[in-house]
Ligand binder design. Structure first.
Ligand code: PGA
Length: 303
């Protein structure tokens, strides 16, 4: 008849004691490590051996050795405690998640990119307190320098700082005009055809302006002096009212009423741009920030 081993009669504590004794080859050291009295360890060990009906150790001279069965059990307890450790890590991460704050520093135009993902994240973890700071590129760089937030979003990460960047998605810039604009009906125009128009630009320090200025340095400035307006929404309104043309992120446009606006078919456009998730190099990420990062990538992948 097949011999039955009563492994399930072993208690978790006995397995823990066995594991420690086996690792240290010493009852004394295991007792010390587990904060138990030595006789308690010996008693629990012999109860475990009785329950299993097998000798787990043999003592030769003064030294303890695992029997073959003891080695089998050690393999099993190593797996068991590794699983428990992983469980504890996950629970700790969840505990962090249920209590933590999430600080995001995001450039103005990326405010159209992040809120949806933030909304579903907060829905999943209702106790998290998000802090969502919005500023132009220069303002968010300042926050990054002062290590104020967990995660940042830029289209032009400040390469001069020690940072880690991860590509999120594209952020193309296009030329926009009032829908009645005469050249709007052309099938293709060049930047040069727009030289007499007034260009409406975001404020100094804006990342959008930074990209546009790089383009202008190569392709030339319009003849009329540009008009600075410190908001994507106000620029859109101004373009619609015929004040001039502008260059805006497709992201911004997708989130505004643009019935009176057209994207001009300028052959040098769209300007290729991307959104990046940025963290200071070496920053120890909180479980909340780590989890939001994964959530954001998943959200962008599902759009
Ligand atoms: P902005 O940033 O809102 O400061 O223009 C957008 C960007 O960095 O492209």
């Amino acid at each position: 008849m097949k011999k039955r081993f009563h492994t399930r009669q072993a208690t978790f504590r006995q397995l823990e004691i066995f594991h420690s004794v086996a690792e240290k080859s010493s009852v004394t050291e295991a007792a010390y490590a587990l904060h138990l009295a030595q006789p308690t360890v010996s008693t629990q060990l012999s109860r475990l051996q009785q329950a299993l009906g097998l000798p787990l150790f043999e003592t030769i001279g003064k030294k303890m050795y695992l029997t073959a069965e003891g080695s089998e059990l050690l393999t099993a307890t190593s797996e068991l405690f590794a699983t428990i450790d992983r469980l504890e890590m996950r629970l700790a991460a969840r505990a962090g998640l249920s209590l933590g704050t999430l600080k995001l520093g995001v450039v103005t135009t990326a405010k159209y990119l992040i809120p949806k993902a933030l909304g579903t994240f907060c829905h999943k973890y209702p106790d998290i307190e998000p802090e969502f700071q919005i500023g132009n590129r220069a303002e968010i760089i300042e926050r990054l320098k002062q290590n104020k937030d967990d995660l940042y979003v830029f289209s032009h990460p400040p390469r001069e700082l020690e940072i880690t960047t991860q590509l999120l998605t594209e952020n193309p810039l296009v030329v926009v005009a009032n829908k009645e604009y005469s050249k709007a009906k052309h099938s293709s125009i060049s930047w040069n055809d727009l030289k007499d128009e007034r260009l409406l630009l975001r404020e100094q320090g804006s990342g959008t302006r930074f990209t546009i200025e790089q383009f202008l340095a190569e392709f030339g400035y319009p003849h009329k002096s540009p008009l600075t307006i410190a908001s994507n929404e106000a620029i859109k309104e101004s373009v619609e009212s015929g004040l001039g043309i502008s260059i805006l992120s497709v992201y911004a446009l997708n989130h505004m009423e643009t019935d009176n606006l057209v994207i001009l078919p300028v052959k040098e456009f769209p300007l290729a741009n991307n959104w990046y998730l940025v963290t200071p190099k070496g920053k120890k990420q909180s479980p909340v920030a780590h989890s939001f990062e994964q959530h954001l990538f998943k959200h962008l992948g599902e759009r």
